[in-house]
Design a protein around this ligand. Structure first.
Ligand SMILES: [Zn+2]
Length: 139
C-alpha cells in the first residue's frame, strides 16, 4: 500500500520538473531570444575592449543570445538593441539580430561584462572606450 503511494508521489514530482523545464520561458530573457555562438570577430572585439578598459575578463563566461530579424527587443526598461545581465559567475548578453555584427553594440555589452554592472560609468563608456552612440567613432 505504501509503495503505491510513493510511486504516485514520485511521478507527480517528475512531471512537475519536466513541465517546468520545458514550458516556462527563461524569465530573464526577452521574447524570441535564441542562443547564438560568438563569432571569430568577437575575440578581437573583446581584446580591444579589455585594452581600452584596462580590465581583463573571460569571453567564455558570456552566454550570447539573439532576437533575430529585429532592430530592438522589448525589456522591462523599454526597447533595446542590446542587454547585459549577470548570470551566476558569468554573463548573459542579448542582442537585436540586426546589430549582431555591429562592433559598438557588441563591445558595449562586452564592457558591461568586464565592469560587472549594468550602469554606464562615463570613465569606461565615454572616456576610455567611446562605446556609446554619441561617442562611437567607428562605423
Ligand atoms: Zn549599456
Amino acid at each position: 500500500m505504501t509503495s503505491f503511494k510513493t510511486v504516485q508521489t514520485l511521478t507527480a514530482a517528475a512531471l512537475l520538473l519536466t513541465g517546468c523545464g520545458l514550458t516556462e520561458p527563461n524569465p530573464g530573457l526577452p521574447r524570441g531570444a535564441e542562443p547564438m555562438a560568438a563569432t571569430a570577430e568577437f575575440d578581437a572585439w573583446f581584446a580591444k575592449t579589455e585594452t581600452c578598459a584596462g580590465l581583463t575578463g573571460s569571453l567564455q563566461s558570456v552566454q550570447w543570445y539573439v532576437v533575430k530579424g529585429v532592430d530592438t527587443f522589448e525589456t522591462d526598461q523599454g526597447p533595446k538593441v542590446g542587454m547585459w545581465e549577470r548570470s551566476g559567475s558569468g554573463s548573459v548578453i542579448v542582442v537585436a539580430g540586426n546589430y549582431r555584427n555591429h562592433e559598438m553594440v557588441i563591445r558595449h555589452e562586452m564592457l558591461h561584462s568586464l565592469i560587472g554592472q549594468s550602469g554606464h560609468p562615463a570613465e569606461y563608456f565615454v572616456e576610455r572606450c567611446g562605446l556609446t552612440w554619441e561617442t562611437w567613432s567607428g562605423d
